[in-house]
Design a protein around this ligand. Sequence first.
Ligand SMILES: Nc1ncnc2c1ncn2[C@@H]1O[C@H](COP(=O)(O)OP(=O)(O)O)[C@@H](O)[C@H]1O
Ligand SMILES: [Mg+2]
Length: 393
Amino acid sequence: MRIGILSRAPSSYATKRLRKAADDRGHDVQVLDTLRFAIDLASDEPDLQYRGRPLPDFDIIIPRIGASITYFGTAVVRQFEQMDVYTPNSASAIAASRDKLRAFQILSRYDIGIPKSTYVRDRKDVPAAIQRVGGAPVVIKLIEGTQGIGVILAPDADIAEAIVETLHSADQNVIMQQFIDESRGRDIRAFVIGNRVVASMRRTASGNEFRSNLHRGGTIAPVDITPAYERAAVRAAQILGLHVAGVDLLESKNGPLVIEVNSSPGLQGIEAATGLDVAGAIMDYVANQVGFPTLDVRQKLGMAAGYGVAEIVVREGSDLVGQTIDGADLRGKDISVLTLQQGISVIPNPDPHRILQANDRLTCFGRLESMRGLIPDRRKRRVAIDQLPGEPL
Ligand SMILES: Nc1ncnc2c1ncn2[C@@H]1O[C@H](COP(=O)(O)OP(=O)(O)O)[C@@H](O)[C@H]1O
Ligand SMILES: [Mg+2]
C-alpha cells in the first residue's frame, strides 16, 4: 500500500519509526512535509498538489500535526478525507482534541472522569469560578498549550485572578481546573490504538515540578493499568473520534481523570518505557482499517427526507421494558436499531429477540415521526430561569 506520513520533522524519532514500520511491512512509504501542500478546490474534484506537482494516489495518510500548524495541517488532512484517503485521525477530531476547552466540552457529556474545569471571560467571574472548581490552589491552562508550557499552578485566588487577567489581556484563552493534589507530579500516558490501550507508562515530574511532561524533565516507567483506566482512555479517544491517541490521565482518589487527549502522541518515551513496538502496532492497525474511512453518518443518513438518527431510551415503566426488539415492532414503525447500549456495554446490530431493559439506549435510524414519541424528554436544568442573578429581562 502507499502510505504518506504527514510530518514536518522527517528525522524525528516518531517519523523514523513509522517510516521503518511501513517499510518492514512492504509498504511504499513517503514522508510528506505538511506545509508543502496546496489545496485545490473545484466542483466535484478536490485535489492536492505537493511541492507544486500533482500528488500521486495514496491509500493511507498518518498525520503528525504539530500544535503550531493546526489550522493548515487540519486543512490538509480534511482535503485527504475529501479524496477518500484513509486517515486514523480525522481533521475534526484533531481540531477538537487540540483545543482543551472544546475537548472537555465534548467529554463532559459522558461518564468519563475529568477534573472540574471552568471557562470564564470577565475578571469579575473569576473568584466564583475558582470556588466552583474546588478553590485554590488552582491549575490555569492555555487552551492550546502543549508539552506542559502554559500550565500553571496558582497558589491562591488573588494570584489566579491576576494570571487570568494578564493572559486575557494578551489575548490568550485559558481554563481553570481543579488541582488534583494526590496526583501531584505524576500522571499516566495511555497509548490508544483503535479500541484498546497498546502501551502505558507512568510519568513522574522531577524535583518540585508538578507537571510530569517529559519536556519538563519528567521520568518514565512502564505501568500496568487497571480496566477502569483502560476504559477511560479508550472511551475518551473514541468520543473525540481519534483512532490513534495518547491519553493523559491523573490518578485521583476517585479513579482516573482524563486531562488531555493527544492526536499526534510521541513514540520515543512510550517505546523506551515499555519496550513495545508501538509504531508497528499503528501500521498494522491502519492497514487493517483502510477500507473504512470516517463517514459523516448524520449527513449520509439525513439525506432521506423525513428520516434521521435518534437515541431512544427505554424508560422505567414504559411499554418497551420486557419486550423483545421484534415484539416492540420497531421495524413495523420503520425504525432500525443500529446499536443497543446496556450499562457500559454496546451491542452492535442487536438480535431482534433480545429483551429490552429499563435504561437501555437504542441508537436508531428511522422515520422521524415514528421516533418522536420514543425520544427522551430534554434534560431539565436545576436552575429556574427566574433565579438568574441580575436585572429582570
Ligand atoms: N488538574 C491537574 N492537577 C494536577 N496536575 C495536573 C493537572 N493538570 C495538569 N497537571 C500536570 O501538568 C501536566 C501537563 O498538563 P496537560 O493538561 O497534559 O497539558 P500539556 O498539553 O501541556 O501536556 C500533566 O501531565 C500533569 O502532570
Ligand atoms: Mg499533556
